[in-house]
Design a protein around this ligand. Structure first.
Ligand SMILES: [Zn+2]
Length: 414
């Protein structure tokens, strides 16, 4: 028996090797698309398409006869099945159902026009839609009888523990995050507008007009003083929804979001300034009733409405990662308002303000005075006072910008 091969055979083998590699390669790449067999009670079967280990949404919809809808911004996916509903957020691993949440091993992603999610969605969240138990073993999903399964989620109070999961843009190298960088884009949000007038003063001052004028003034100052890009969420008297406001900031990749409002109360002697940043809980009962009023004025259903609660939780998650920076921003804004305008210091407060919830950057809301206080209303109407307010807010944003450049502010994910 010869222990070597003739040269011609070797050449042939190499050729076969090369040809088969060329033939197998595309087959190998194609093999990333695979499927999961679904076994239903009564011997029925179905199939779920997977790609790189992710389950394609469309095949899930077909296999379980689900209804789906995506919000106008293309960020939120609602799924409804015969056993219930759930909500997912693009690029987030969170799934919400019945006021509870669960966290998948990875986010809902867009694979070139097709949405897909990690396979553990099938065991963690599918029972919320089908009301049936789900058992995944290798590439086989066994689904139980109707009523055999339910959604085992966690309560919203546990959300802060999961804040790091929602950090987007995780591919940004650590060194870049640590490199001191000032502000490049700021989004200013003049409160209300159009059918939402906001607070009204005794002599007819309307919050929506006042805050727009201050925001326009501040925009010019920031562009000229810091040379940065400034975008307003509205540039005239029209209504802008809450999600659109933060979406404008998110889409512009803003480094800072400042919402500008003016206050009113039935007690005419109350005046002064206050600045808010977001939390699920209010610092006190006044902050809570304030949040309810502002949210209501902006078209958010308050109270225990389940859908609103889910919404609030989801949108809050975006801001959770920036709470520390937002608190520092709010302190700087409050310090300048009180210091430059010499008004009563009503403090920095935390409240579940819907307008801040979706912001994926440090965000605060400034109350630039009480329209309901007759003396303050007169001042608020003066162009010179509006100038002073814009100057104070400019100084606060400049303080924040300088603190960023000095590396004094711990940056959240970007
Ligand atoms: Zn307002």
């Amino acid at each position: 028996m010869k222990n070597y091969l003739p040269q011609r055979t070797i050449t042939r083998l190499i050729l076969i090797g090369v040809i088969s590699t060329v033939l197998i390669l595309p087959v190998g790449a194609f093999a990333r698309t695979s499927s999961i067999l679904v076994r239903l009670p009564g011997g029925n079967t179905g199939q779920l398409k997977t790609h790189s280990g992710l389950v394609e949404l469309q095949s899930l919809i077909e296999a379980f006869d689900l209804r789906s809808s995506m919000d106008v911004l293309g960020e939120r996916l609602d799924l409804v099945g015969s056993g219930g509903s759930c909500r997912l957020l693009l690029e987030s691993p969170l799934v919400l159902s019945r006021g509870l949440f669960t966290v998948m091993s990875g986010p809902l992603v867009d694979l070139g026009g097709r949405l897909a999610m990690p396979a553990d969605f099938l065991t963690k969240a599918l029972p919320a839609l089908t009301g049936r138990s789900s058992l995944l073993d290798a590439q086989v999903l066994t689904v139980g009888e109707a009523g055999s399964g339910n959604f085992k989620g966690q309560s919203p109070e546990d959300l802060p523990r999961f804040a790091s999961f929602i950090r987007r843009d995780q591919y940004v190298p650590e060194e870049i995050l640590k490199e001191p960088k000032g502000l490049s884009v700021v989004v200013l949000d003049p409160g209300h507008g159009g059918r939402s007038p906001g607070a009204r003063g005794n002599t007819g001052t309307i919050e929506k007009d006042l805050v727009l004028s201050v925001a326009e003034n501040l925009k010019t100052r920031l562009e000229e003083g810091l040379g940065i890009k400034v975008v307003l969420t509205r540039t005239a008297d029209y209504y802008v929804g809450l999600k659109e406001r933060t979406a404008i900031a998110n889409n512009n990749r803003a480094d800072l979001f400042l919402s500008i409002h003016a206050n009113a109360t039935f007690r005419r002697d109350i005046d002064g300034y206050e600045t808010y940043y977001l939390s699920l809980k209010s610092t006190d009962s006044r902050a809570r009733s304030y949040a309810e009023e502002e949210n209501k004025a902006l078209g958010v259903k308050g109270g225990k409405d389940d859908q609103a609660l889910l919404e609030a939780i989801l949108w809050d998650m975006a801001q959770t990662a920036y709470i520390q920076e937002s608190s520092e921003l709010a302190s700087m804004v409050q310090k300048r308002l009180v210091g430059e305008l010499r008004g009563r210091d009503r403090g920095v407060r935390q409240a579940p303000l819907a307008v801040l919830m979706g912001a994926r950057m440090p965000a605060a809301l400034a109350e630039i005075g009480y329209i309901s206080n007759p003396e303050q209303e007169v001042r608020l109407n003066r162009k010179s006072h509006q100038d002073q307010i814009a100057a104070a807010l400019y100084m606060a944003i400049e303080d924040y910008h300088r603190a960023l450049l000095r590396g004094e502010i711990q940056r959240g994910p970007r």
